[in-house]
Design a protein around this ligand. Structure first.
Ligand SMILES: Nc1ncnc2c1ncn2[C@@H]1O[C@H](COP(=O)(O)OP(=O)(O)O)[C@@H](O)[C@H]1O
Ligand SMILES: [Mg+2]
Length: 363
């Protein structure tokens, strides 16, 4: 799969842009604050119908305008497809694929697969658990269309339950209804995540051995309060019942998959707490590369990759490993300079010079 053309209108600092891409490597070159990341965001928005930078769609509208529009021609399932997204100042978002209106984002997610890789991802091993859950969620939303529905349901019910816990008087029967709904979607999340991590663990083991020069053995495990395989629903319900009094005292739900984490060990050492910075970054890179491989295995397609300022963060060895192992995916890479190691890692690629929301030249 790849993206052929992109058109932006009133999008971030782009008034109007029309650009066609290479099927292989595209390099966005430019000083800071010129619009390189914005361009990646536009590409991402078209595939996923959300931003990777903000939860508030409106922020993408060019200052002083009423709407923004992104249109792309992409190739997947053996043919070209046109997608179009319009975000209005009122917050409405209209998505069309091949002229047909799409009402559920899950329909869109099943089509074009795209992965962003930014310096933030290199911190995933030492970051707080929420970042690691975000990693799993993003990935599963792309490969399991039903997952996004479960995730949305879980979040909605959790918000409602938490609001209810803060009320003066609580009707046990009402709480029980929230609990049952929470347990249904929550148990499915846990099962999918566990399965996902088992696969990721297998893939990342090989990758990690290679990046670390065969020195380290990586082990990933899903860390959850809900660990009764096959009996997740009953166990989760039991946990909710047991913590009911405390939940009421704290006004929040203290048990459930919204507290889960990924344990990341190298040779038995928990890298989250005890890894050196180098070990943590290598493990993060392994995790990210596994994510890409897993999407390929699950969907049979090579996802489009957006590498935002990530190459300059890696040493020569790791840059080379990254580019070589991803040689056949379409890539969009941002960088502030094409000298030195980044250039050596990228022997070919179409270069676009970005300046103040315009493409200056295509080199
Ligand atoms: N909604 C918006 N409207 C207009 N300009 C914006 C908007 N959002 C961000 N910008 C501008 O975009 C620029 C940053 O672009 P970005 O793509 O992050 O730069 P970089 O090239 O460093 O990746 C900033 O100058 C910022 O003011
Ligand atoms: Mg940037």
């Amino acid at each position: 799969m790849y993206i052929r053309e992109l058109e932006l209108e009133n999008f971030r600092n782009y008034e109007h842009l029309n650009v066609s891409f290479s099927r292989d490597i595209n390099i966005f070159l430019g000083e800071n604050a010129q619009g390189k990341t914005n361009l990646l965001e536009g590409i991402y928005l078209n595939a996923v119908a959300r931003s990777f930078k903000t939860q508030r769609d409106r922020e993408m509208i060019r200052f002083g305008q009423d709407y923004c529009k992104v249109r792309a021609v992409s190739h997947y399932d053996d043919e070209d497809h046109v997608s179009e997204i319009v975000v209005s100042r009122e917050g409405a978002k209209a998505v069309k694929v091949d002229g047909v209106k799409i009402s559920k984002t899950s329909e869109l997610l099943d089509r074009l697969h795209i992965i962003v890789f930014s310096p933030e991802d290199l911190k995933i091993v030492k970051d707080e658990p929420g970042k690691r859950r975000g990693f799993i969620n993003r990935e599963l939303c792309q490969i399991r269309p039903g997952y996004v529905n479960d995730l949305n349901t879980y979040r909605r019910v959790l918000r409602q339950r938490n609001a209810y816990l803060k009320e003066e008087r609580i009707d046990e029967a009402v709480l029980e209804i929230w609990d049952e709904e929470l347990v249904r979607s929550g148990a499915r999340l846990v099962r999918e995540r566990r399965r996902f991590l088992e696969k990721t663990n297998e893939i990342s083991r090989d990758i990690h051995q290679r990046i670390s020069g065969g020195r380290e053995h990586l082990q990933l495990d899903y860390e959850s309060q809900i660990d009764a395989e096959g009996g997740e629903e009953e166990q989760f319900l039991q946990l909710l019942r047991e913590s009911k009094e405390k939940d009421r005292a704290y006004g929040t739900t203290r048990k459930g998959p919204h507290h889960d984490d990924i344990r990341i060990c190298a040779d038995g050492v928990d890298l989250r707490k005890f890894g050196s910075q180098g070990q943590q970054r290598t493990a993060a890179l392994s995790l990210k590369l596994s994510e890409i491989r897993l999407i390929e295995e699950e969907t049979g397609e090579r996802p489009v990759l957006l590498l935002d300022d990530v190459l300059s963060e890696l040493d020569n060895e790791r840059q080379k490993y990254l580019i070589n192992s991803l040689g056949e995916n379409q890539m969009f890479i941002t960088t502030t300079d094409l000298m030195g190691s980044v250039a050596r890692a990228l022997p070919e690629g179409k270069v676009y010079k970005i300046r103040q929301g315009e493409i200056d030249i295509e080199i």
